[in-house]
Design a protein around this ligand. Structure first.
Ligand code: UDP
Ligand code: MG
Length: 342
């Protein structure tokens, strides 16, 4: 039967040395393969380990696969969400639940080769706290997606207030210190890549080649990617908010010059054709600028609204741990948990 949360804490076995967090969304076919390739690697490079799968509201048999994996090997844990919250939030939940001294984050589709983890761990033992996989090519993405993501990173580099290392993604190892820092961030619009860079710590890249997706198709639609890009830019840059005062200044200056020009023309040549065209053009132009800047304000205000509601980041429906099925109590925010343990 279900065990109360407090008992779970007391009875918890010793913390594993290494945790691996895997967000999964409709990946039933991949789980078995991931475990088969991951387990030998982890057994080689860590004294003890756990794998935390975060089921992001899958509608296929992902949970069934995870239940079988947990029954066969108790080091395979799982947290399942009440619905799809998105990969970024799944990673946040994985970090909340991972107990290892170091935590590796990887995709379930084997695009992140598990063997690279050995190099991550080596770097970690050398004292690095933020070891990121650096993809050496983007060959596996469609040309359209490649182009858009290049544009996005160009924008981020120009306007973002945090600099992102080239080619770094979610595939990485984080030391407990960095994990605690990330868990303490309560933001809803989570752009993990920016957050990893923001927390800092001694960092280093490990190059790896992105493999082809093992089974299934990408779980990211262009709509999801657009949301992701906007979240990223808006959480790490206030330039879109500030740029409008400069645009406003330039436009007003231009308007003033035009006014002077028309005045001079009227004095010299008298009123000829009433300025119909220029009037319409300027009205449309200013209306456009105003709507655009209102839109930008709206984007930021929408995000502020989402943050002030202080809803939990995610809801857990089910949990599989070392004792098998566990009662799904919603986790307290990271800060409270730390205090409770202290
Ligand atoms: N994923 C997730 N929630 C989502 C979308 C994706 O947890 O809403 C997981 C997915 O199961 C996979 C990882 O995030 O483990 C990367 O997704 P995918 O391979 O589809 O992305 P891509 O490689 O195309 O960037
Ligand atoms: Mg993938």
């Amino acid at each position: 039967m279900a065990t109360p949360a407090q008992d779970l804490n007391q009875a918890a076995p010793a913390r594993p040395e290494l945790s691996v967090v895997v967000p999964v969304f409709n990946e039933a076919d991949n789980i078995e393969h991931v475990i088969a390739r991951l387990t030998p690697v982890l057994e080689r490079c860590a004294s003890s380990f756990e794998v935390v799968f975060v089921d992001d509201g899958s509608s296929d048999d992902t949970m069934g696969s995870l239940r079988r994996a947990n029954a066969a090997d108790k080091r395979m844990r799982a947290v399942s969400f009440s619905r799809n919250f998105g990969k970024e939030i799944a990673i946040a939940a994985g970090l909340d639940h991972a107990e290892g001294d170091a935590v590796v984050i990887m995709d379930a589709d084997l695009q992140h080769p598990p063997e690279v983890i050995e190099q991550f761990v080596e770097r970690w033992r050398q004292g690095y706290k933020n070891v990121y996989g650096q993809r050496v090519d983007r060959e596996t993405d469609s040309p359209m997606r490649k182009l858009l993501s290049e544009r996005f990173y160009y924008l981020f580099r120009s306007f973002g207030e945090t600099s992102l290392p080239e080619g770094a993604g979610d595939f990485r190892l984080l030391d407990r210190q960095a994990v605690e820092a990330l868990c303490a961030m309560g933001e809803r619009a989570r752009f993990s890549k920016g957050l990893y860079a923001w927390v800092g710590f001694k960092s280093i890249g490990v190059p790896f080649e992105v493999a082809d997706r093992a089974h299934g198709t990408s779980k990211f639609s262009y709509r999801k990617l657009t949301r992701f890009a906007l979240d990223g830019l808006m959480s790490f840059s206030t330039v879109p908010l500030k740029v409008w005062s400069y645009v406003g200044m330039i436009v007003s200056l231009f308007a003033m010059l035009t006014a002077i020009y028309f005045l001079a023309q009227t004095i010299v040549r008298g009123v000829d054709v009433p300025g119909f065209a220029s009037l319409i053009v300027s009205i449309m132009f200013f209306a456009g600028v105003q709507l655009l800047s209102l839109g930008i304000l709206g984007e930021y205000i929408g995000r502020i609204f989402a943050e002030v509601k202080r809803r939990p980041l995610y809801l857990v429906a089910e949990r599989l741990g070392p004792e098998g099925e566990e009662i799904a109590v919603q986790p307290a925010p990271a800060r409270h948990r730390q205090r409770a343990q202290a």
